[in-house]
Write a protein that binds this ligand. Structure first.
Ligand SMILES: Nc1ncnc2c1ncn2[C@@H]1O[C@H](COP(=O)(O)OP(=O)(O)OP(=O)(O)O)[C@@H](O)[C@H]1O
Length: 623
């Protein structure tokens, strides 16, 4: 082993690109000045031994940490996460965030303990406790690469506890996977790689690839790919990664095995596909996995919900041994599927409520409760009593049909910032409102939810799937690419999906597109306006809007027009011919009559063509 020991300062790092001219001492001063909470570890006491692994965010090294006292020296094995080079201007932000992470992680159970921070050759090094292996390593040693169900449950409970605790402190993990589930000497799982992607959130990295991808593609939720556009990131983002890890532990197969990052992006983000859920699982687990793979994170369970499910199965005890999981796809449908969003806001007596709008819809399905107050709950599961003005007795309504309204706002409402911030769109979607008026809102341009007071916002126009929209006339350079019609005017598109930050996913059924594979465009809600027959002035504009419904409308109308023109032409032609023939026959007629009078009434002299005309037109030769 000793031979492998490498002095951190003199190590040959030819395989890495270092930030040239960086001075470790200067960086050390920055670290110490910027955040006194973070324990600084002198690089001279760290000896790198060998690299354990290399990931998107840096390399992990096994190292020796020399702790010296007056009397003796102690050597500890530590793991060092050496981050990829970071630009100087981003250093302070990152260190501030690390300081916050470090202090919040103190006393959290079941997570890898952090020793401190150091700088080696210009690269930030996070020094942490070393563990002998990970769940991922253990799986590779097993036949079929999968773990028995009781083991998955045992690891799952411990990890969910750790993640849940981190969430309660506002930390997202964003990189949950079996190789980051470390194992201690007693086969207890510990969460490693805590919050590294979260630290790098918003920090400009040398590789644009990693900037746009915060995590490992196989385990990434849809909103994790470009969170400032498809986000925001939320606690439920970790539920997706956790569920991917559970599926992998149960089946031994990495989600989206053998697919490239681009292919995974296409499947998860564009096609809204979910990782395969194996069959043969307890219904509770199957339901939680289904919930974790919801495209819209608001419909996924939170880590505390997952923990509850896992704990309830653990209490089930012996039974879990008998669950045999098969790699075949589960046939579970959404019919018995729990709606997790309901567990996120429990109604209380005194709450103002109204009928719940279906997600991404503009109108409530019913208006049973346009405005009411919860006055009590019934013993039956999920029902509350609501007093509605004008109705004598309180109504008994299921909570799933109600939404809480606080200070005029409810989760899912569209809101506009009273004072615009250039960094993001002014229009967003309200994700939650506390009873004291504290809100969290998702905006295009922000990677995470914006927290604030409801007084900073006002109601905005809402959008729903199926509406037609076009760019406002005053928008000259839109946030996202937008197609134009013939003549250069902005095309009108149809909303086919609404992302949790209010970003509109738009298709253009009126355009026959071959260029864009998916034909999908994005729109900032602040830059568009709704187009409908009612707001199209004049017949021409109304017809133009009809063309937006399908690209075939125009050719069909043109074909119909041509056909009608041909028909009319043919009809008029026929008419003209008929009237001409009529005129000619009557003149011939009179001529014949005239000749008859001259030739004693014999028609024998009439030339055959004229006779033909006369007979075809039904005119009998005069006798
Ligand atoms: N504290 C630790 N003790 C022991 N091994 C660790 C520790 N932290 C990480 N590892 C191991 O180091 C290896 C590489 O980890 P790392 O997190 O860099 O890789 P990755 O997860 O593939 O990449 P990234 O997290 O950058 O996307 C993994 O196999 C992991 O199990």
């Amino acid at each position: 082993m000793a031979g492998k020991v490498v002095n951190a300062l003199s190590a040959s790092f030819s395989e890495y690109e270092f930030v040239e001219g960086d001075d470790d001492d200067k960086l050390r001063t920055v670290i110490e000045a910027s955040n006194p909470i973070i324990p600084w570890i002198d690089p001279s006491v760290l000896k790198l031994r060998h690299r354990i692994g290399r990931g998107a965010f840096g390399d992990v090294w096994l190292a020796t940490y020399q702790c010296s006292t007056k009397d003796y020296d102690q050597y500890h094995e530590v793991a060092i996460k050496m981050l990829h080079p970071i630009k100087q201007d981003a250093m302070r932000t990152l260190l501030d965030k690390f300081g916050d992470l470090y202090s919040k992680c103190q006393h959290v159970n079941n997570i890898c303990s952090l020793h401190g921070i150091s700088i080696i050759s210009g690269r930030i090094c996070i020094v942490m406790k070393f563990y002998e292996g990970s769940v991922g390593d253990k799986m590779t040693r097993l036949e079929g690469g999968k773990l028995p169900f009781p083991n998955v449950l045992r690891y799952g409970v411990i990890l969910a506890q750790g993640i849940s605790e981190l969430h309660s402190k506002g930390i997202l993990v964003l990189n949950l996977k079996p190789f980051n589930f470390l194992l201690n000497g007693t086969d207890q799982a510990v969460l490693g790689d805590i919050g590294i992607p979260y630290l790098l959130l918003g920090v400009s990295l040398p590789s644009s690839d990693t900037t746009h991808r915060l995590g490992t593609p196989n385990y990434m939720a849809p909103e994790q790919w470009r969170p400032e556009i498809r986000g925001p990131l939320s606690f439920e983002t970790d539920s997706w990664g956790f569920a991917c890890s559970i599926v992998q532990m149960l089946t031994g197969v990495v989600p989206w095995h053998g697919k490239s990052a681009d292919e995974i992006y296409d499947l998860v983000v564009r096609k809204q596909e979910k990782p395969l859920i194996p069959s043969g699982l307890p219904p509770l687990v199957e339901n939680f996995l289904l919930g974790c793979f919801e495209y819209d994170f608001r419909c996924r369970p939170l880590m505390k919900d997952i923990l509850r499910v896992f704990k309830s199965l653990e209490i089930g005890g012996e039974d879990v041994v008998h669950w045999t999981v098969s790699n075949k796809k589960s046939s579970n449908t959404a019919s018995d599927y729990k709606e997790w969003f309901l567990s996120k806001d429990c109604l209380q007596v005194g709450d103002e409520v109204r009928s719940r709008k279906p997600p991404r819809s503009c109108k409530p399905e019913n208006m049973d409760v346009p405005e009411g107050n919860v006055v009590g709950s019934t013993d039956e599961d999920g029902f509350v009593l609501v007093r509605v003005s004008g109705i004598h007795d309180p109504l008994r309504v299921h909570v799933s049909r109600l939404e809480r309204v606080t200070l005029g706002l409810a989760a899912g409402d569209w809101v506009r910032l009273k004072e615009e911030d250039k960094r993001h769109s002014p229009v967003g979607i309200l994700h939650s409102i506390d009873r004291d008026g504290t809100v969290s809102v998702g905006f295009i341009g922000l990677e995470t939810l914006l927290k604030g007071s409801c007084s900073e916002f006002q109601m905005a126009e809402s959008y729903c799937i199926g509406q037609f929209i076009r760019l406002k006339s005053n928008v000259l350079s839109p946030r996202f690419d937008w197609p134009r019609k013939r003549g250069g005017i902005w095309a009108t598109g149809k909303i086919c999906w609404i992302l949790p930050n209010g970003c509109l996913v738009v298709k253009f059924p009126g355009r026959l597109s071959i260029q864009e594979e998916s034909g999908e465009f994005l729109a900032d809600p602040a830059e568009v306006e709704v187009v409908s027959f009612n707001n199209c002035p004049g017949l021409m504009k109304k017809y133009q809007h009809l063309e937006d419904f399908h690209w075939a409308v125009r050719p069909l109308v043109v074909a119909l027009g041509l056909f009608t023109a041909m028909k009319v032409g043919f009809f008029i032609g026929k008419k003209i011919r008929r009237s001409k023939a009529g005129r000619r026959s009557s003149s011939i007629h009179s001529e014949v009559q005239h000749m008859d009078e001259q030739t004693d009434g014999s028609p024998a002299w009439v030339p055959p063509p004229v006779a033909n005309i006369l007979f075809r037109e039904g005119a009998a030769p005069a006798r």
